[in-house]
Design a binder for this molecule. Structure first.
Ligand code: SF4
Length: 64
């Protein structure tokens, strides 16, 4: 299976300039290794803070 970077990039909501954009496997691995979640878990107002922590994710869902 070929990398779907072009299609993935069309749906990626990440606004941070990053070489992992659209390369979802590397993106997830990068953030997982930091105990974080990728941009696509966050609504726009939370995504733009670049805080990818699970704590921030829970706040975005009204769970914190
Ligand atoms: S979510 Fe993180 S790793 Fe993924 S494209 Fe955005 S900044 Fe890069």
């Amino acid at each position: 299976m070929e990398c779907q970077v072009a299609d993935n990039s069309k749906h990626c909501n990440c606004t941070y300039p990053c070489n992992n954009k659209g390369v979802c496997c590397d993106c997830i691995a990068y953030h997982r290794n930091k105990g974080q979640l990728p941009a696509c878990y966050f609504p726009a107002d939370y995504e733009k803070t670049y805080d990818r922590s699970i704590n921030n994710y829970l706040k975005s869902k009204g769970l914190k």
